[in-house]
Design a protein around this ligand. Structure first.
Ligand SMILES: [Fe+2]
Length: 145
């Protein structure tokens, strides 16, 4: 049976991966936390670039509602990028924990908004582009990792 190409499931896979990294972080010791924070940073960076370059532009300018959702999502990405910079220079465990937690809260909120509001919009407006968008997302991620 041919695999159904759905770009939203690729995006959701990334979301789930990041969520599980945050969970592992909570259970880890400091040395491991440091490497997990780097892994989280790498995952989020490539994920955000994928969405900003390939996914969001297709939802811009198609209806009033989608523009405001996308601009909110982009602001949340910008906030996450600032937090990623701060995380890189966290000098001790307590600071790292605090910054990771703050970022996790923001990212979880963002994921929820995206899956509950942006995904249904994409289902409605971009369905005919799904196979091609899936291909693009897959190769973008391969090139970036
Ligand atoms: Fe996302």
């Amino acid at each position: 049976m041919p695999k159904i190409k759905n770009p939203l499931s690729l995006i959701k896979k990334d979301h789930n991966k990041v969520k599980s990294l945050f969970e592992r972080y909570d259970k880890s010791k400091y040395e491991k936390k440091k490497s997990l924070s780097e892994e989280i940073s790498k995952e989020l960076s490539i994920h955000m670039r994928t969405e900003e370059e390939l996914f969001y532009p297709r939802l811009e300018g198609i209806s009033g509602e989608s523009d405001s959702l996308i601009s909110e999502a982009k602001q949340e990405h910008d906030k996450t990028k600032e937090r990623l910079e701060a995380i890189k220079i966290s000098g001790d465990e307590e600071t790292l924990d605090m910054r990771i937690k703050e970022m996790e809260d923001g990212v979880l909120h963002h994921i929820q908004e995206e899956e509950n509001k942006i995904f249904p919009l994409a289902e409605e407006k971009l369905k005919d582009q799904f196979p091609e968008l899936s291909e693009k997302i897959s190769s973008f991620k391969k090139a970036g990792s």
